[in-house]
Design a protein around this ligand. Structure first.
Ligand code: EPU
Length: 333
């Protein structure tokens, strides 16, 4: 087993934070992974590195999951079960599904990260979440090395949430994910405002057209991690009770919002942050993106701690201005 020492993680996290792993190993098959965890229990799993902020060197053994492969189980009806290995790049996987005319993931185009980490935070965009097409996943229990299948119910998906962020955090390593997709008769979601505007002229857009629209919208708003380090939305959109919302709306009648339930209203964190004057502001090597205030960026050689300090400053300002607690969405390591 080839364990490397003192490896820079700059290329392994989309924030581009230059910290390092004391010990690092790349895994190319589930068999290799089983072998490693038979002797190492205190491990740090690294997939696409797209949802983390590294604030210090990593003492644990860093396992970089690089397993590849896609298996199709065609039922000959309108549905097809597609299983992808955890190390497959998410966006490449989505494009591959579209090239096969398999529908369901098109709204999730261009999300950074890998297939194996996508269920952990139930990735979502433009009216669709992974849970909508998720069928099951396979994972290894670190303690026992045993394989376990998780059904959709067992994953306990919520808004940017799952069992793997809560009671099973750090206990399992996801090795593959199976999606139930459509073959011909696609059940597309184009109700999200920005997509609707983009596809205005199209009566029944194809999944490729929807994917192209999502890619264009994301490129116009979100920074490309290859050009400027970032981790997508840094905070979750807060859900507040309807009384608090009513008070807020009296003061800010234009406040955008989505009704979650009778007593729960979701407010865009990007809007709150913009109101506080942070949008487009730079603080040394870090800052708030100028087109989407929900995204914190690494302009050049920022440390994780600098980004984290800015995040805390934003949280405090939102608390004093709106009395709302902003929850950080990325994992702070
Ligand atoms: N807004 C502002 N200022 C900003 C940003 C947004 O006023 O700087 C307002 C917009 O005008 C709009 C509302 O906030 O009225 C919502 O904005 P947007 O459609 O851009 O979506 P979001 O709620 O800010 C969420 C996801 C994104 C996802 C988009 C599209 C979260 C935490 N973020 O952002 O996910 O792409 O919806 O579905 O739920 C990610 O998780 O990394 C991510 C990018």
């Amino acid at each position: 087993m080839n364990i490397l020492h003192n490896i820079s993680l700059k290329e392994y996290n989309t924030f581009g934070i230059n910290t390092y792993a004391k010990r690092f190993i790349e895994i190319n098959s589930t068999e290799e992974l089983k072998q490693v965890i038979s002797s190492e229990k205190d491990v740090f799993i690294l997939g696409g590195g797209s949802n983390m902020l590294l604030t210090s060197a990593i003492e644990k053994l860093v396992i970089h999951i690089n397993t590849k492969g896609i298996i199709v189980n065609d039922t000959k009806k309108n549905e097809v079960y597609v299983t992808a290995e955890a190390g497959e790049n998410w966006h490449e996987f989505v494009l591959w599904c579209i090239s096969q005319n398999y529908g369901g993931l098109e709204n999730l185009s261009l999300i950074p990260g890998n297939v194996g980490t996508s269920p952990i935070q139930n990735i979502g965009a433009y009216g669709v979440e992974i849970k909508d097409t998720f069928f099951q996943l396979e994972a290894l229990e670190i303690e026992t090395g045993k394989t376990k299948i998780f059904t959709k119910d067992e994953c306990k998906f919520g808004y940017r949430n799952s069992v793997f962020k809560n009671e099973l955090k750090g206990k399992y390593i996801i090795t593959s994910v199976t999606f139930k997709l459509t073959k011909n008769n696609h059940n597309t979601t184009i109700s999200y405002g920005a997509i609707q505007q983009f596809l205005e002229s199209k009566n029944k857009p194809t999944i490729k057209e929807i994917s192209d629209a999502v890619i264009a919208i994301r490129q116009s708003k979100l920074p490309d991690p290859k050009e400027i380090g970032n981790s997508g939305s840094f905070f979750k959109n807060p859900v507040i009770n309807s009384n608090s919302f009513k008070k807020l709306q009296e003061k800010y009648p234009e406040i955008p919002h989505y009704i979650v339930s009778e007593n729960e209203i979701k407010v865009p964190a990007g809007w709150l942050i913009e109101q506080c004057g942070f949008k487009g502001k730079r603080f040394g090597n870090t800052g708030v993106h100028n087109k989407q205030a929900l995204v914190l960026v690494n302009y050049n050689n920022a440390t994780g701690q600098e980004v984290y300090n800015l995040a805390q400053k934003i949280q405090q300002t939102i608390k004093t201005t709106f009395n709302i607690d902003l929850e950080i969405e990325v994992n702070i390591i």
